[in-house]
Every structure is written in structure tokens, then in C-alpha cells.
Design a protein around this ligand. Structure first.
Ligand SMILES: N[C@@H](CCC(=O)N[C@@H](CS)C(=O)NCC(=O)O)C(=O)O
Length: 229
């Protein structure tokens, strides 16, 4: 009887009695409560992936060794170093579980549209909130009125991205082509950041129904509860 094992990037291939079994290494997500990292957690759950999560302080020295940029998410996929960038992680999760159909549709235009949505979320939507959450990064002034002025300046940009998301979703309750994808979880956790702003998702009917539908999702509710525990 031949027994052998060899390592592949994403798991272990075990050959026993001629049978081959592919065991994917469990994934480990690094997150902080309330952040975009929760989108990856939701995606892992929707995908039915084998995973664990670790709560981190992104500003800590210990986390710097995991992600030198000191931002969450990061994910250990069993490669030499943890991988980063929410949009890349989300696409990885969707690609790894094709049976769950959480990514873009086939075809040139459909694939482009999915990348376009993901780029909008990571490159426009997310940064719109930076001046609100971290005003000190956008001014050399340190007084509270100066910081408040930066926060106030963020509202116009937040309004623009909320409006765009509202139009993308339309009456479908989904961000991409009327179907559930990893983009839904990504949009949900970041749209939630607007809750306390003068302009929020509550001002847009399509966003309201999207947010309500997502909040009722079993995986989303679980992730929100466990991440805040
Ligand atoms: N480009 C990164 C940005 C990630 C990011 O900014 N994450 C925020 C939480 S939503 C963070 O870790 N902030 C901590 C900090 O900037 O100090 C990505 O898309 O993953």
C-alpha cells in the first residue's frame, strides 16, 4: 500500500490506497470590531469555509508583524505571510468556493462589472469615511473645531457614494446584478458607518431595504453579535 503526502499552497494532498483527498487548510481572519474586516467574516460564513477569527488591535506592535500597514483585514491562508486588502480577500473567498456563486458572473462584461463594483467599494466608498473617522490625518491642526471641520467636509463625499450605491442596488437588494455576492457584505458593513452621520443609509429607500435584508441574514447577525462580544 502506497502512502504519501505532499504539500500544496492551499492544503495537503493525501494519497491513501490510490485515493486522493484534498484538504484545504483552515483560514484565519484577523479583524477588529466594526471594521471592513467583518465583510470577510460574512463571506467566509456564506461560503461555508473552515475558518477561525482573531480579534486584533490594528495599531499594536504585534499586529504590525501580521500586516505592516497596520490595517485589518488580514487573512492567513497557509502561505508564507498573511494576505491583506479586503477586496482581494473577498475575491479569494468567492473564487475558492465557486459552488456558492459569491463572485462575478462569467463573461467579459459581467466580470468587468464585478471588478468595477469591488473597486468602487474599496477605492471610493471606504475612503469617503476616512476624514470622518480619522480627521487628524487630514489636517495639521489639532483643535476640536479644526477636526470637526474635516469631519463635516466628509459628508459631501459620503453622500456621493451612498447615492451611487443606492443606484447600483436599485430595487434588487443586491449590489451586483441582483444576486448575493461578497460585495453585499462589503457594502453592508461600510454603509453601516453612515448610521450616525447627518447623511445616512436611512435617507435612501434602496439602501434601507438592503440594510434591513442584510441585518436579517443569519450569517450577518452572527458576525455582528460575535464580533462585538
Ligand atoms: N486598503 C485596506 C484598508 C483597510 C483599512 O483601512 N481598514 C481599517 C478598518 S475598516 C483599519 O484597519 N484602520 C486602522 C488604521 O487605519 O489605523 C483594505 O481595503 O483592506
Amino acid at each position: 500500500m502506497r502512502k504519501s503526502a505532499e504539500y500544496a499552497l492551499d492544503g495537503v494532498i493525501v494519497l491513501t490506497d490510490g485515493a486522493m483527498k484534498i484538504m484545504k487548510k483552515p483560514l484565519k481572519l484577523y479583524y477588529a470590531p466594526g471594521t471592513c474586516a467583518l465583510a470577510c467574516w460574512i463571506a467566509l460564513d456564506w461560503a461555508g469555509a473552515e475558518y477561525s477569527v482573531e480579534k486584533v488591535d490594528p495599531s499594536s506592535d504585534s499586529y504590525r508583524r501580521i500586516n505592516p500597514l497596520r490595517t485589518v483585514p488580514a487573512i492567513d491562508i497557509g502561505s508564507e505571510r498573511p494576505m491583506t486588502q479586503a477586496d482581494a480577500i473577498l475575491k479569494f473567498i468567492a473564487d475558492r468556493h465557486p459552488d456558492k456563486n459569491l463572485g462575478g458572473d462569467e463573461g467579459e462584461e459581467a466580470a468587468f462589472e464585478f471588478d468595477e463594483v469591488m473597486a468602487f467599494l474599496s477605492g471610493d466608498f471606504h475612503p469617503a469615511f476616512w476624514p470622518y473617522f480619522s480627521p487628524g490625518r487630514f489636517t495639521t491642526e489639532t483643535s476640536e473645531p479644526a477636526l470637526e471641520a474635516v469631519r463635516t467636509a466628509s459628508y459631501a463625499r459620503v453622500e456621493r457614494v451612498l447615492e451611487h450605491l443606492h443606484a447600483l442596488i436599485g430595487d434588487t437588494s443586491h449590489v451586483y446584478r441582483g444576486k448575493r455576492t461578497v460585495a453585499d457584505g462589503y457594502a453592508f458593513v461600510m454603509t453601516n458607518w453612515s448610521t450616525k452621520l447627518p447623511v445616512s443609509w436611512r435617507d435612501y429607500p434602496n439602501l434601507r431595504s438592503f440594510m434591513e435584508r442584510m441585518a436579517a441574514d443569519e450569517s450577518v447577525a452572527k458576525v455582528l453579535m460575535q464580533s462585538n462580544a
